[in-house]
Design a protein around this ligand. Structure first.
Ligand SMILES: [Zn+2]
Ligand SMILES: [Zn+2]
Length: 271
């Protein structure tokens, strides 16, 4: 089995203080063969204010320094978790162009309310006893994910954690399931598959294994074959957490490969 974790954060993300070297050492200790750093670049920040650039010089400097130190121990890739690309596709494309040849992988995320609720991160809303707000959060995320996959397919390689708002809706005790939105999710997955993109199984540091079996089944039925896996670690101790279980789920769902990316091209590894 090819052990890879291609979703992780360092101190270049606003919600992490991790050093890339510590994450990479943790990846080796966990037995990973391949690891990708995907710091956040959200076109709407946590507070909902527009962001128009990414700190590429710092990201490339830490990547090259740690890659050299990990030579022979770990394949290290440079990625980006690009959030809210549909909010401003021109800015998204400009940021990705600056990643240049060194950019291996782009996760496409929707973390924010776009054009609603002050544009803030969906994590900051209080969903308790508010089914209407919870539904709006899921619907808004699916709307903008649809725009991402149909109008900005060049702005992502793998569709990140489609269940993102449900993490917080469930945190606040509201019962809502992605199964209520099956038709819309299938339409998104069909588009992802048709355009040769991947979907991400994001196990959220080992905390979310249950969401994925039904989604993997839908993705496969929609023609999908490329799946990436990520623990979404923001600290070294969370690197690779839940990855072996994610790979088992892929296998159980009938997938033959797990996908990683090099220079934004998929590379398939037998499960
Ligand atoms: Zn994310
Ligand atoms: Zn992330």
């Amino acid at each position: 089995m090819y052990l890879c974790d291609i979703h992780s954060h360092t101190k270049l993300s606003p919600d992490s203080e991790a050093e890339l070297l510590d994450n990479a050492r943790a990846a080796v200790a966990a037995g990973l063969q391949e690891f990708c750093v995907t710091d956040h670049c959200d076109l709407l920040g946590l507070d909902g204010l527009p962001v128009t650039s990414f700190q590429w010089p710092a990201a490339k400097a830490q990547y090259h320094a740690v890659k050299a130190q990990m030579e022979g121990q770990l394949i290290l890739r440079l990625g980006l978790e690009l959030g809210s690309a549909p909010y401003d596709p021109a800015v998204a494309r400009d940021i990705l162009a600056q990643g240049g040849e060194e950019l291996d992988f782009v996760l496409g995320s929707i973390h924010n309310w776009i054009g609603m609720e002050g544009g803030r991160d969906l994590a900051f809303s209080n969903y308790r006893d508010d089914l209407a707000l919870s539904r709006r959060a899921v619907e808004s995320t699916l709307d903008h994910t649809w725009t991402l996959v149909t109008q900005c397919p060049d702005c992502y390689d793998s569709l990140a954690h489609i269940v993102y708002p449900l993490r917080y809706i469930h945190r606040d005790g509201v019962e809502l399931s992605i199964a209520d939105y099956e038709d819309r999710v299938r339409a998104i997955f069909t588009e992802v598959a048709k355009t040769d993109h991947a979907m991400e199984v994001n196990v959220c540091r080992g905390n979310d294994l249950d969401s994925w079996p039904p989604l993997l089944a839908w993705f496969r039925e929609c023609g999908g074959s490329l799946v990436t896996v990520g623990a979404d670690a923001h600290r070294p101790e969370d690197v690779a957490k839940g990855i072996p279980a994610a790979l088992d789920m892929l296998k159980a769902a009938g997938f033959r490969h797990v996908t990683t990316y090099e220079r934004r091209k998929p590379v398939l590894h037998k499960l």
